[in-house]
Design a protein around this ligand. Structure first.
Ligand SMILES: C[S@@+](CC[C@H](N)C(=O)[O-])C[C@H]1O[C@@H](n2cnc3c(N)ncnc32)[C@H](O)[C@@H]1O
Length: 295
């Protein structure tokens, strides 16, 4: 097949597309894709030991139980610092310090080619805190390569909640968010240097490679945690970005959704949380899901 090349007028077909001219532009020089070091990297990958399939009660700022370069995918939603019962009232700077420290630690634990997917919502209105932009800054500084951004659309329409005085008026209309973000980063290289089995179906792959995912939210009451994300969201991330038998990490594990989704999708998992109660809840949810899968 003849390769297409980037042209001033774009290109209609992408199969076998040669985009090297485009990525050699100065605009991209900040991001050091280390594709060239990929061959042979996989020889350093050890099969997971007893440290895997565990939920650890500790801060993910230091994940000493997990060997460096051992995780294929990390998927998490961090504490949002909005006053949930597990959150202290800390400043934005101190909050972002935690995010930076955990991000650094995740980077160490990921294999080359490993991915870090972060579910985050922007906050407030007066002011609107564009949390996801701070997350980009921090993680790019931490060395991650940005790979894309998924808009997680949680609903099609929101009800009411317009403040008096703003109804149909230009005085102070407030946007009502239907979405959150999933920021996707990778370590050192965009493609996985190691080989593995992908188990995503054709239909799911077609949906998952679109940048907007419509998946209903999870009920906090049903799960018993104030901010769970849905299992369907974690499953899609896991099947898109990891191979079977990979180890999946959630540094802010909460009710254990990421780890549960990993376990029922033939992956291994590791989770961290500073709450004993949430570690217990996560272990219980994983065990129940595995029992249901077995029966
Ligand atoms: C948004 S919740 C995660 C919810 C999770 N995605 C789920 O589906 O249940 C964030 C979690 O981070 C935990 N957490 C806060 N600070 C932490 C830290 N330094 N290390 C590990 N976990 C932490 C909180 O206890 C909380 O359970």
């Amino acid at each position: 097949m003849n390769k297409t090349k980037t042209s001033s007028f774009g290109t209609t077909k992408r199969e076998s597309h040669d985009s090297s001219k485009f990525y050699k532009r100065e605009l991209y020089s900040k991001f050091k894709n280390q594709e060239s070091i990929s061959p042979g990297l996989e020889i350093n990958f050890k099969p997971p030991g007893k440290w895997a399939n565990q939920i650890y009660l500790a801060s993910s700022e230091k994940m000493t139980d997990v060997p460096d370069n051992s995780i294929a995918l990390a998927f998490t939603s961090p504490p949002y610092n909005v006053g949930k019962d597990y959150e202290d009232d800390i400043s934005l700077d101190n909050y972002l310090k935690l995010i930076k420290n955990v991000g650094k630690e995740v980077y160490k634990k990921l294999k080359p080619g490993g991915r870090f997917c972060i579910n985050i919502a922007n906050l407030g209105r007066r002011p609107y805190i564009p949390m996801h932009s701070f997350f980009y800054e921090i993680h790019i500084k931490n060395g991650f390569l940005p790979m894309g951004e998924i808009i997680w659309q949680k609903a099609r329409g929101a009800n009411g909640s317009c403040a008096w005085g703003s109804w149909k008026s230009a005085k102070a209309p407030r946007l009502r968010d239907l979405h959150e973000y999933i920021l996707v980063f990778s370590k050192m290289t965009y493609s996985r240097p190691d080989k593995g089995i992908s188990d995503i179906s054709k239909d799911e792959f077609m949906k998952a490679t679109l940048s907007v995912w419509e998946i209903p939210p999870e009920s906090a009451k049903k799960v018993g945690h104030p901010a769970p994300f849905p299992v369907a969201l974690a499953e899609r991330i896991i099947r898109l970005y990891s191979y079977e038998n990979d180890v999946i990490l959630d540094p802010f594990v909460g009710s254990g959704t990421t780890c549960l989704a990993a376990a029922v999708n033939n992956r291994k998992y590791v989770g961290y949380d500073i709450s004993d109660a949430y570690c217990l809840l996560a272990r219980e949810r994983i065990n129940n899901a595995l029992k249901i899968k077995k029966d």
